[in-house]
Design a protein around this ligand. Structure first.
Ligand code: F6R
Length: 605
């Protein structure tokens, strides 16, 4: 999605902003722009361009110097990707510049009114409306002009505003789209994502919805859109700047797949309690008394996080014997679901900013529900909105498609399931068994990643397929769902996931030599049933790749995965299929880290 970067200080601002934009490239965008000024300057200087940040860089004139500026990467919502629609947007006198993430719902109505008043628009964007509204305000202070303009706006925004007549400051505001201030030594930064800041400062202030801030070179203050001051103590970002580098890998996806053993080690660290064969989850705030009262668990997330939630729901049912299910948050929020006080709602999100998940959380809280977050980004909107939760500690995930965060989220659910289980009826010996299984995960992940060459060869064959079927039964089904999503996202090969148990109820009609099937075949109580499905496919000359704990006779090829405890097996079985998606996409020459049409965090509806 869109990205914002801003700087005010003493350094030459344009290179800093361009570097910041590059760090936000992973979020997905179609155009970029930058506007700058300095205390001595009399106006604003702007460049913007459709395409990549490097296209923008090529257009930056030689004498483009200044010490204050804001910049943006745009993901088209109102108006096609073009130079004109790229942000920043200026008013008619080129005095006000605005960059904006989010969507202004009443933009067309406001635009019509402004046009009737004689305002000329230069773009088709919703953002330009805001620029003109700020420019038309006669309030004395820039902050009041912005505040006045925002009063007309319905929708979501994270904005940064620069004004030629107030060039000692940048004014920012947040409503539904992240804004983070970075506090430096006699310099300040602003961004929509800490990724753009961490190479300069680790001291950050994250704005809340309804909050604004003014940043000057040596000072910042935060206040509500109504004008009352808010306290904004900086916090320290844990993630290192190096986490955002490629670290010798050709793509972030590859790097992040190979970081999984370390990432899983992190999510487990300090949480296992051998004495009671359970785990400590510090942020959960759920005492044993309350945990026993939970009658149902409902997990909400989107895309890959939803799939991790499906695995989580199964673990919770199996280990804690609490009825649990997962549902796409994007569906849940629109269906006027019955909200039950004895249900524990769990919102899952890597970014912590996915609008559909956030909206579901807000709706649940409005109805009095208790909502936990299983989130990767510390201090993100969902993490803050949730009543309590578990951080998944995967570290920054830069590739648009999620890999290590999926795995860590499933492990975090394993911890939650064990915790709830041991408060309820899971025995000490089962607790010990699960803990031993969790501890084995990092080494087993390493073992699996050693099979990359084998998977790469297979991917070369699969790259020729027009479509693929992924099947799994019970524990294997969410794994099939996630593997199918991964393949289509990065390779653009059509893929469909189906419960293996449903094969004969329809999808069997599709089986033919040209449609490869990837079958998830764990060594659990359903092994024979899964083998029967393989037979049915083979009998129809279907090509089969099995992901299993032992060679499968009916499969054309088996990727043998190390066996863990039955309940934890799904955590491992998706990993070779991440590599399969990766190498298939590589063989097809796809833009792996930034697949077409996709964005890292979907902060709009
Ligand atoms: C898939 C992918 C998306 C995200 C989804 C939710 O690889 O990355 O499907 O999982 O957009 O994002 P988060 O987890 O940030 O809420």
């Amino acid at each position: 999605m869109c990205g914002i970067v801003g700087y005010i200080g003493k350094r030459d601002v344009a290179p800093l902003l361009l570097e910041g934009l590059q760090r936000l490239e992973y979020r997905g965008y179609d155009s970029a722009g930058v506007v700058i000024t300095s205390p001595k300057a009399t106006g604003l200087k702007m460049v913007k361009a459709k395409g990549r940040v490097r296209d923008l860089e090529a257009r930056v004139p030689k004498r483009f110097t200044g010490t204050t500026g804001i910049a943006h990467t745009r993901w088209a919502t109102h108006g096609a990707p073009s130079d004109e629609n790229a942000h920043p947007h200026l008013d008619g006198e080129n005095k006000v510049a605005v960059v904006h993430n989010g969507i202004i719902d009443n933009a067309s109505e406001l635009r019509a009114k402004l046009i009737a008043d004689g305002v000329e628009f230069r773009s088709e964007t919703d953002t330009e409306v805001l620029t003109h509204l700020i420019a038309r305000s006669t309030a004395e202070k820039l902050e009041d002009r912005v505040r006045e303009a925002l009063r007309h706006i319905e929708g979501t925004y994270g904005i940064a505003v620069l004004h030629a007549d107030f060039n000692d400051r940048i004014v920012v505001a947040r409503n539904g789209s992240p804004v983070v201030l970075g506090i430096g030594e006699k310099e300040m930064f602003v961004a929509s994502d800490v990724a753009a800041l961490v190479s300069h400062t680790r001291q950050v202030v994250t704005l809340d919805d309804g909050e604004m801030a003014t940043i000057k070179a040596d000072d910042y203050r935060t206040y509500t859109t109504e004008g009352s001051r808010t306290s904004a103590e900086p916090t320290t970002v844990e993630w290192e700047a190096e986490s955002y580098d490629m670290g010798g890998h050709d793509t972030y996806m590859h790097k992040e797949i190979f970081e999984q053993a370390d990432a899983v080690d992190r999510v487990l660290r300090g949480r296992i309690d051998d004495r009671f064969s359970t785990v400590h989850l510090g942020g959960l705030n759920l005492d044993a008394h309350d945990a026993r009262k939970v009658r149902r668990v409902k997990i909400l997330g989107c895309g890959t996080s939803y799939h991790a939630g499906m695995i989580g729901a199964q673990m919770i049912e199996e280990l804690a014997r609490i009825p649990a299910d997962a549902e796409p948050a994007s569906e849940f929020r629109y269906r006027n679901a019955v909200v039950d006080p004895d249900t524990l709602y769990v919102a899952v999100s890597q970014s912590g900013e996915t609008y559909d998940v956030l909206a579901a959380v807000q709706e649940l809280k409005r109805k009095g529900a208790r909502v936990f977050g299983v989130v990767n980004v510390v201090g993100s909107a969902i993490a803050r909105e949730a009543d309590a939760g578990v951080y998944v500690h995967a570290g920054p995930e830069v590739c648009v498609v999620s890999t290590k965060c999926f795995t860590n989220t499933t492990v975090a659910f394993g911890l939650l399931a064990l915790h709830l289980g041991r408060i309820r009826d899971l025995s000490v010996s089962d607790g010990k068994r699960i803990i031993a299984g969790l501890r084995q995960l990092p080494a087993q992940i390493e073992q699996m990643l050693e099979r990359e060459d084998e998977i790469k060869k297979l991917a070369q064959e699969f790259a020729e397929a027009k479509s693929m079927l992924f099947i799994g039964r019970v524990r294997g089904y969410p794994v099939a769902r996630e593997a199918s999503l991964k393949l289509k996202e990065v390779s653009y090969i059509h893929a469909e996931a189906y419960p293996a148990s449903e094969l004969k109820h329809g999808p069997l009609a599709l089986i033919e030599p040209a449609l490869p099937t990837v079958a998830i075949v764990p060594d659990d109580d359903l092994l024979e049933k899964n083998r029967a499905a393989l037979e049915e496919i083979k009998a129809r000359s279907g090509k089969i790749l099995a992901v299993a704990h032992q060679e499968q006779e009916k499969a054309d090829h088996t990727i043998v995965v190390p066996k863990n405890e039955d309940e934890l097996d799904p955590i491992l079985m998706g990993i070779p299929l991440q590599l399969l998606a990766y190498h298939t996409a590589l063989a097809l020459g796809r833009d792996i880290d930034k697949p077409r049409n996709l964005a890292k965090s979907v902060t709009v509806e």
